[in-house]
Each structure stands twice: as C-alpha cells, then as structure tokens.
Ligand binder design. Sequence first.
Ligand SMILES: C[S@@+](CC[C@H](N)C(=O)[O-])C[C@H]1O[C@@H](n2cnc3c(N)ncnc32)[C@H](O)[C@@H]1O
Length: 307
Amino acid sequence: MAENNKKREQFEKDTRQLFHKLHSAQADNDYIFNRLTSLLSTEYLQVEEDFFTGKICLDAGCGSNANATYALLQMGAEKVHAFDLNETIYEKAPKMLQEFDSQRYELTTGSVLDIPFADNTFDFIHCGGVLHHSADVLQGLRELARVTKPGGVLYIHTYGAGGLIREMTTFFREKYSQDDAFKKLIDNLNAQKLQLGILNIFDSMERNGDDLGRKIPTQMIEELVDDDLVLTIQDRIAAPAYHEHTEEQLRTCLEEEGFSDIERLTRYPYLKNIRRFLSPLYEEYDSEIAQLCYGSGLIQLKAIKND
Ligand SMILES: C[S@@+](CC[C@H](N)C(=O)[O-])C[C@H]1O[C@@H](n2cnc3c(N)ncnc32)[C@H](O)[C@@H]1O
C-alpha cells in the first residue's frame, strides 16, 4: 500500500512537472495562449450566450496557464475555482488571469481523484485533457459527478481509444521511457532544429537535381513546423500516461452517476502548423479515415446532472 502511494506520488509529480514546462511555454507565446483560450465558447458548448452569467464553475486540472479558467471568466462566469496537482500553478496562472477581478477566481491545489470541494457545489465543470493523465479515469469522473450540482453541466474531454496514430504515439511513449538517447532528442526538440532539418533535406534534393523542396517557401516551413507543434509532440510522447477509454465506457459511468442528456461535442481545431491537416479528422471523428487514424477520437462530452 505504502509502495503504491509512493508510486502514485511520483507519477503525479512527473506528470505535473512535464505539463508545467509545456504550459509555461504556451503561456509565453501569445499566439498559442490565444488559440487555447478560444477553444471554449458558448457556441462550441451549445449553450445560450449568457449561460455563464451567475454560474459557479470549476476548472479541474486547470494547468499552469489556466486557459479554460480564462475563457470561463471571459464568458461571464460569476466565479471560477481552478485546481491542479501542486503549487507550480501559482507561477504563471495568476499572471494569465490578471485582467480579471481577483474575487472572480480562486486557484488551489488538489487532485481530480479526490476533489477538494463539497458534493453538489458547481453549476458548470470543465475538465479538459486531464482524466487520461490521472491514475484512474473513472474515479476522476465519479468525483467530477459528485461535485456537480443537480441540474448542473459537466464538460469533459478525454483521450479516446484505438487508431493507428494512437498506436504510434504509444510506441514512442514507451521508447521515451526506456531509451535515454530518444528521451534526450524529444526533450531538446525545438522548432528551429526541425525547420533546419527540413531545409537541409531540400538542399540535398536540389544537389541531386530535384528542386521541388526549394519551391516550398521557407515561411511556409516556419508556419507548418512551429513551437506549438513541438509542444504537442512533447506532450504526446513525454506524458507519463495517456489512458484510453471508449465513448461507451465514459457514457456508462456518467449514467451510473445520475447524468442524462449526454452529448458528444466536436469542433474544428484552428491550427497554423502541420497538424492543420488533421483538423478535419478531429472534427469529423466518425469518418472512415478518422477512425482508422484515431479510433474513437477525442471524446468531448457534455452532460447534465439529474435533479
Ligand atoms: C493536458 S493538461 C490540460 C490542462 C488544462 N485543463 C487545459 O485544458 O489546457 C493536463 C493537466 O492535468 C493535470 N492532472 C493530471 N492528473 C491530475 C489529477 N489527478 N488531478 C488534477 N490534475 C491532474 C496535469 O497536471 C496537467 O496540468
């Protein structure tokens, strides 16, 4: 038991340490931070424009730049409570939120597996990209259900299951944990190195009489291979865990916890980098090619707790 607790502690420490590094870099890049804060909107959530007025919200696993807390405040939430695993969130998040009245938000530490709030507290809960990095996805979901008010709305997005791209990232994640040279390569990756590598390939092609690469403007390479891409690669490969669940499993758990009107949401992620070619697969998650690549896709669910 003590051994398991120690392992869990280390796992959570490693998880937070990685995300603190990635989220801090996102916070320092205006383009990325604006992209993240624009992901959450009343249109995406399919709620009325004034839905957040007077609402007490929770951003569970808010991350170091608290981008969803920012979005909730911007959409008019009365108060947003936000927490993540440890005090590293106090480094950047308060700066990112400084344009808002500090009475409207409160940052705290805690785990989604044991949420530091009473039953039935929140009108709206956001938990984006967190559960699959925790030690127990369904326990986290039950905890989120516990603190949602009857009639309140719970929104989660979490990693789905299956698909070729997921199999590849799982392979790379295992390699990262076992191969020091590969780990170093991923940890030290940056956009400039990648751009240079591509330009070197174009040089070599040109020397051998193939000038197609040369015809691609350098500016386009810089746009397709940017810091946002590098942070995504590091997220997918260096994260200690990326648990996979099907939509079915998540829906069943929500139903058991007394939720109904469970809706799967989707959106088109606007990206500048090469991942923009994958945006249609994210949005149309049930197309044949999307399922081949991403299995059940990114599962974005909104559900209402029964009164
Ligand atoms: C991919 S980031 C998402 C951050 C933020 N929700 C967002 O949408 O940008 C995953 C976050 O989950 C947090 N996390 C992982 N396990 C957690 C747990 N058991 N309790 C609370 N947060 C957790 C990590 O520390 C990290 O900040």
